[in-house]
Design a protein around this ligand. Structure first.
Ligand SMILES: *[C@@H]1O[C@H](CO)[C@@H](O)[C@H](O)[C@H]1NC(C)=O
Ligand SMILES: *[C@@H]1O[C@H](CO)[C@@H](O)[C@H](O)[C@H]1NC(C)=O
Ligand SMILES: *[C@@H]1O[C@H](CO)[C@@H](O)[C@H](O)[C@H]1NC(C)=O
Ligand SMILES: *[C@@H]1O[C@H](CO)[C@@H](O)[C@H](O)[C@H]1NC(C)=O
Ligand SMILES: *[C@@H]1O[C@H](CO)[C@@H](O)[C@H](O)[C@H]1NC(C)=O
Length: 949
């Protein structure tokens, strides 16, 4: 450590001691150093080694600006901007002999600015105290600091009047007092500041007129008096400011006409007269402003038309004439000058919008809203490739939205609301990939919301309200995760709301009121708190919010092992019990059925033996003993004729169960099991096979009388596509149904357990669908509801035609059990019509139409109606409906067809299937209609021989 402590080291260490340095910016400041010249932020004169500059901008320092700095005798420049210094300004700072520049801007300094700071000033040229919290008046002594060239006290809390001493600062080149609360007049005398280049008094409360002598500041380049309370006419001397390039008088109360001499201010680049009371015409002389770039005449009372002379202002980039009372057509220069921004909104202009075919348009912003423009939206709009903002709202535009909107790749805002546009929203809208806001409110648009809207991934606001839009909400909308506002109210939109909409986490408003939506609302997030007025007036909508119970709100289908008809349930992995979520429910239902069935297998062997005996016995009138034995086994007391079993064959022939009676019903002969019972194959004596169904729900069966009446009704049904019921056997505890035997296995196996090589061809599938449709139409004509449609109940015969089995059996059950059984069995598999969930809704044949629709989709896609994934349930109808909306329905057709199918048949059949699965029963067609439609769909070329049967 050498000799006497250097003054500068001492001063800076004292200065440092007064402040906090949370970012440790000043660690290099070490009091043991001989000089501070290597310290961060410190600059010394190489000659004297004294500190000349201290620059600590943006060091996050806080605390007071202490006295230490007064030690820095050679300091010329002090810059402490962008810190968090507080406290007041030390008046002695200005006494530093050499100090030229003080920049304390962007701190938190407060209190009034001490008068002595200016009165004691020695050589200060530049002072910035901007962006602090100084209050009080501008000290009257300010005029004493005659060396000042730049004074910036903007953005503080100064009040009071402008001191007349200000105009004594003869050397002043730049004065910025903007953003305070200064009031009173701008005093005369400003012309003494003949060096003044820039003055900004904007954002105060100055009143009175512009001082007449302003024209004396002949070097003035920038004059900003905006946002004050200044009034009166523009003083004529203003025109002498021939060097002035920036003139902003916006947001005052100036009035009168804009004088013609404005054209003399030939250096003007920006002329801002917005938000005043100017009136009359926009002067032609504007055309003299050859370097002008920005004209803002908005929010005045200008009248007349826009002068054509502006067309010679070759430098012009932005014009804003919005909110005046301008009339006439769009001037030709508007699209010819290469402007970047045009706003003429809120005037009374008219005529059509003509865009010349110029390829290289610089235009970014075009706002012609709220005028009387008519005609169409020009197709050539698509040429303005850089367009970001287009507002043509509230005019009288007609015609359709041109597809060329898709060429506007930079377009962020498209506002066409309040016009007379018709036609549909072009799908090309999806190519306008930057779109942020789309507003088409209040037009006459028709057609659907294009699915391609899902490509506008930046969309935050989508407003399509008050049109005549139809069709559903495309599910792709749920991809637009930035969406905050969706308004689709007052249209004719239909369908259910895509559930994925609840993934829109930023949603603030979702208004679908006054439409024809149906079904339930999506659950979760925004939809839990949606205001009722956002969904009102949608007659088909249901759920607690609209106080209407939802037929569509089924619990997720109950998982029941659908392989109960398959010999080896575990072979089917998607359904294998190990993977199932709802295992408990499965057990409770399927075990019951399984246990019941297993118990009866044993009994079954016995019974059939007895049955056989009885038939034979009948021939010899010696049957009672055997029968009594059989029934006794089941529980009835033996010995009475009333308990005897009864066998009826509708054909009148005796059945003859010849082939080894004891083996007949063992497990090897089991054909399948279903909700109603187990089916066994057996051979009649003549060698003819039959299928015998043993009803497992025997305890639920009605009285013998009811049972026989229902069965006889079923026995009369004859149709080539129905499995014929040939007879029955009845005792109070055991019921058998004897059916025609169909050799080819069931449709379920053909669809889900066959390889590509022997899977059904398109033609076979179509014939099966048609066969099912015809058989159901036949049943419905006889007032028989099938109730239990599913692919395992459709049998396929040797020539691969469909034969529908198991029809009408629900009628054998009492009402309640019919409901329970049918809903449990069916919903598990996905065939159950939604109305089953609602006990109050009458079940009609339309529930078969629903099941048929599901079957159609299953047959065409080769997929199960409901697929249970690891933690998800995939419902086939939803998948296919989604694909149809996205126009890729062909992709759904079973891959095993290897693409060999006529698209012109496949698509309409899929649509028909979807219509049949409408949520609302009355929307589903009759089976007779369905059969007719299917015949029309069949391509004549492929099947000319097919005629109505
Ligand atoms: C004109 O001045 C107003 C009010 O100060 C301001 O809001 C507007 O942005 C200015 N216009 C231009 C083009 O700078
Ligand atoms: C379009 O102009 C209208 C009327 O001038 C205005 O109300 C609306 O906010 C503008 N749209 C956008 C997106 O700025
Ligand atoms: C939508 O985006 C996808 C992928 O980003 C693209 O394949 C598709 O062509 C786009 N559709 C439209 C209409 O732009
Ligand atoms: C958009 O949504 C569709 C279906 O709604 C989906 O298939 C697609 O993958 C989604 N695209 C993106 C980019 O998320
Ligand atoms: C939804 O729109 C309707 C009709 O346009 C309107 O009456 C209702 O107030 C809107 N609801 C909300 C919550 O914005």
């Amino acid at each position: 450590m050498s000799g006497a402590l250097n003054d500068d080291v001492l001063g800076l260490i004292v200065f440092k001691a007064d402040l906090q340095d949370p970012a440790s910016k000043l660690t290099s400041w070490n009091e043991d150093d001989n000089d501070p010249c290597s310290w961060t932020g410190v600059t010394c004169s190489p000659r004297t080694n004294r500190v000349t500059e201290l620059n600590l901008d943006g060091f996050s320092l806080s605390g007071k600006i202490g006295r230490g700095l007064l030690q820095l005798q050679s300091l010329q420049k002090l810059s402490l901007s962008k810190n968090n210094f507080s406290g007041s300004l030390n008046p002695n700072l200005s006494r530093l002999e050499s100090l030229w520049t003080v920049d304390l801007s962007e701190n938190n300094l407060s209190d009034s600015i001490p008068d002595d700071f200016f009165r004691q000033c020695r050589s200060l040229r530049t002072i910035s105290l901007a962006n602090n919290a100084f209050s009080g008046e501008i000290p009257p002594g300010v005029g004493s600091c005659s060396t000042l060239a730049e004074l910036n006290i903007s953005s503080n809390r100064l009040s009071g009047r402008l001191p007349s001493g200000l105009w004594s600062l003869y050397g002043l080149r730049s004065l910025d007092l903007s953003g305070n609360s200064l009031s009173g007049d701008i005093p005369m005398g400003i012309s003494r500041l003949y060096n003044l280049r820039a003055i900004d008094l904007g954002g105060n409360r100055l009143s009175g007129g512009l001082p007449d002598d302003i024209g004396g500041c002949s070097l003035l380049k920038s004059l900003d008096l905006s946002e004050n309370l200044l009034a009166g006419k523009l003083p004529e001397t203003l025109q002498k400011l021939s060097m002035c390039s920036y003139l902003s008088l916006g947001s005052n109360s100036f009035s009168g006409e804009v004088p013609t001499w404005i054209g003399e201010m030939k250096s003007l680049e920006t002329l801002n007269l917005s938000s005043n009371g100017f009136s009359g015409q926009v002067p032609d002389s504007i055309g003299n402003l050859q370097v002008v770039k920005r004209l803002d005449f908005s929010r005045n009372n200008f009248t007349g038309s826009l002068p054509e002379s502006i067309g010679i202002c070759k430098s012009l980039l932005e014009v804003d004439f919005s909110q005046n009372s301008l009339t006439g057509d769009l001037p030709t220069w508007i699209f010819e000058l290469g402007l970047q921004s045009i706003s003429i909104s809120g005037n009374k202009m008219s005529g059509s919008i003509q865009i010349p075919i110029t390829t290289d348009q610089a235009l970014r912003i075009l706002d012609l809203s709220s005028n009387g423009f008519s005609g169409g939206i020009p197709v050539d709009m698509g040429n303005i490739h850089g367009l970001q903002f287009l507002n043509l709202s509230w005019n009288s535009l007609s015609g359709s939205i041109p597809a060329s909107v898709g060429e506007l790749k930079s377009l962020q805002v498209l506002d066409l609301n309040g016009n007379r546009l018709n036609g549909s929203i072009p799908p090309e809208i999806g190519e306008a990939v930057s779109l942020n806001e789309l507003n088409l409110h209040k037009n006459s648009l028709t057609g659907g919301i294009p699915t391609q809207i899902g490509n506008c991934s930046s969309l935050t606001s989508l407003i399509l309200s008050q049109n005549n839009l139809t069709g559903p909400i495309p599910s792709t909308l749920a991809n637009l995760t930035n969406l905050q506002t969706i308004d689709l109210s007052r249209n004719k939109l239909t369908g259910t709301l895509p559930k994925q909409l609840s993934n829109l986490l930023h949603l603030l408003s979702f208004n679908i009121s006054h439409n024809l939506f149906s079904g339930d609302l999506p659950a979760g997030n925004f939809f839990d708190t949606i205001p009722p007025s956002s969904i009102s007036d949608n007659p088909g909508l249901c759920g607690s919010l609209v106080n209407r119970s939802c037929p569509a709100v089924l619990p997720k289908p109950i998982v029941l092992n659908p392989n109960s008809s398959s010999p080896n349930p575990s072979s089917n992995s998607a359904f294998s019990p190990g993977k199932l979520r709802h295992k408990k429910i499965i057990l409770s239902i399927s075990t019951l059925i399984a246990i019941g069935a297993a118990a009866l297998i044993m009994l079954g062997v016995f019974t059939i033996t007895v049955l056989n005996l009885r038939v034979r016995a009948a021939a010899t009138s010696q049957s009672a003993a055997a029968l009594v034995l059989s029934d006794g086994y089941y529980s009835h007391s033996p010995g009475t004729e009333a308990d005897s079993g009864k066998l009826v064959m509708f054909s009148g022939n005796d059945p003859d169960f010849s082939a080894g009676a004891h083996a007949i019903l063992n497990k090897d002969c089991e054909l399948g099991r279903g909700g109603f019972g187990t089916v066994y194959k057996t051979i009649l004596r003549g060698g003819r096979p039959v299928a015998i169904k043993k009803l497992t729900v025997s305890s639920l069966v009605k009285s013998q009388e009811d049972f026989e009446r229902e069965v006889k009704k079923l026995g009369k049904v004859r149709h080539p596509n129905l499995v014929t019921l040939e007879g029955y056997y009845w005792t109070p505890s055991l019921q058998l149904l004897i059916y025609e035997f169909v050799s080819g296995g069931n449709l379920y196996r053909h669809l889900h357990e066959s390889s590509a090589s022997n899977s059904l061809s398109w033609r076979e599938r179509f014939d099966i669908i048609l066969g099912i449709a015809r058989s159901l139409a036949h049943l419905h004509r006889l007032n028989i509801i099938h109730y239990n449609l599913k692919s395992s109940n459709i049998l396929i015969d040797g020539s691969r035609d469909a034969k529908v089995g198991d029809y009408g059996l629900a009628n054998l059950l009492p009402m309640l059990d019919r409901y329970v059984l049918s809903s449990k069995v069916q919903s598990a598999l996905g065939y159950m019509a939604p109305e089953f969930a609602c006990r109050t809704v009458k079940i009609t044949e339309k529930c078969d139409v629903y099941g048929f629709g599901v079957l159609v989709l299953e047959i065409i896609t080769g997929r199960r109606p409901v697929e249970y994934m690891e933690d998800d349930v995939v419902v086939l109808c939803d998948v296919v409906r989604g694909a149809l909306e996205e126009g890729r329905v062909e992709e759904c057709v079973d891959g095993r067809l290897g693409g060999k199918f006529p698209v012109e048949e496949a698509v309409p059949v899929v649509k028909l299937g979807l219509i049949c699965t409408s949520q609302v029963p009355s929307n589903r067609p009759d089976m007779a209609e369905v059969a007719n439609i299917l015949q029309l769909i069949r391509c004549p070329l492929n099947g000319p021989e097919e005629e109505l049967s």
